[in-house]
Unconditional design. Structure first.
Length: 236
């Protein structure tokens, strides 16, 4: 019975990850709605271009995690699951650093040629740069969510995702109202960071043994740090 039921259990666990991965990416659509309501058509037009680049980074991370985390659901023990998820996180963060570097090059070297001449290239560039850490935070959140799903804690996964969406939407409304539409990129980063924090705390509470190994912690910290450093250097 166990042998027959295990593939079904793995499939249901893997399937349960999909809505959370999709909703995390769909946060960008909520930001577009908020920008349109607050800044009007001009701000929305600029953010539409910025969101293509922002969404590219977060979608790559989510896609890689969807593939590797779904496969990790087949782990037969906590030790095996921890090993798989930590290895996957290191690989995803390395990819995202390379992607972020490519985006930085694009927004400085190629953005003026890509945008129509009437668009504010500096505003689009700023919106993209302040969002770059979102990909790394999302990778961490998705990785921790996969561990919770393996444990059967789908409610905890939903809680983390909900907090991320609420923080992203609320901060987007406040930041865009106060500083203009380009600050919407920072709201996306705040939303993914809050989701990563809550999801990690809930996993630690559910099963401390599924914490991050040192290489995965270093990779995640370095990914966020390198991206933020690149953003600061570009502002000097």
């Amino acid at each position: 019975m166990d042998a027959q039921g295990r593939p079904l259990r793995i499939g249901l666990q893997a399937l349960g990850l999909v809505p959370h991965l999709v909703l995390a990416v769909a946060t960008l659509l909520l930001a577009r709605i908020i920008v349109g309501l607050v800044s009007g058509p001009i701000g929305l037009a600029g953010f539409q271009y910025a969101s293509l680049l922002i969404g590219g980074v977060t979608t790559i991370g989510a896609s890689l995690d969807a593939h590797w985390s779904v496969r990790a659901q087949a782990a037969t023990s906590e030790t095996e699951l921890r090993s798989l998820l930590n290895r996957n996180l290191v690989r995803i963060q390395a990819v995202l650093v390379a992607v972020a570097a490519g985006v930085v090059f694009f927004v400085f070297a190629l953005l003026p040629f890509w945008l129509p001449p009437t668009y504010d290239a500096d505003a689009v560039r700023g919106a993209v740069l302040v969002s770059l850490s979102a990909g790394s935070f999302q990778a961490l959140a998705d990785n921790r969510a996969a561990a919770l799903m393996w444990l059967g804690r789908s409610g905890a996964v939903s809680a983390g995702t909900s907090v991320g969406v609420i923080v992203a939407s609320g901060s987007c409304l406040l930041l865009v109202t106060a500083f203009g539409w380009e600050s919407a990129g920072a709201a996306i980063a705040l939303g993914t960071a809050s989701r990563a924090l809550i999801t990690s705390l809930l996993l630690r509470r559910a099963e401390p043994a599924l914490g991050l190994d040192r290489p995965a912690m270093v990779a995640s910290t370095a990914a966020v740090g390198l991206v933020l450093m690149a953003v600061l250097l570009t502002q000097i």
